[in-house]
Ligand binder design. Structure first.
Ligand SMILES: [Zn+2]
Length: 76
C-alpha cells in the first residue's frame, strides 16, 4: 500500500498516511486534528518504487561464474 505525505494547512505539520491509490479517505492532522490537510509529493513511496527497476548495482560479470564464453576477459 503506497505511503502518502500530507501537510496540515493549519499548523504545517507533515505526516504520512497509508491508503490505497483509489481511495481518498478523510484525513485529519495527526497533530492538531484539523481537516485542512493536503497531499504533497512524496519523495518515497511511489517514486521510490519506480526507481527500483533501475538498480545501480553493477551487473554481475559473466566471468565471475566461469561462464565467459566470449574470450574477451582473457581469463579462460
Ligand atoms: Zn495540524
Amino acid at each position: 500500500m503506497p505511503l502518502y505525505d500530507y501537510k496540515c494547512d493549519s499548523c504545517g505539520h507533515t505526516f504520512e498516511v497509508n491508503h490505497r491509490m483509489s481511495e481518498t479517505p478523510e484525513i485529519s492532522c495527526a497533530q492538531c486534528d484539523s481537516k485542512q490537510v493536503r497531499k504533497i509529493l512524496s519523495t518515497g513511496g511511489i517514486l521510490g518504487s519506480t526507481k527500483m527497476g533501475q538498480s545501480d548495482a553493477p551487473a554481475p560479470s559473466p566471468c565471475a561464474g566461469g561462464g565467459c564464453a566470449s574470450g574477451m576477459c582473457g581469463l579462460s
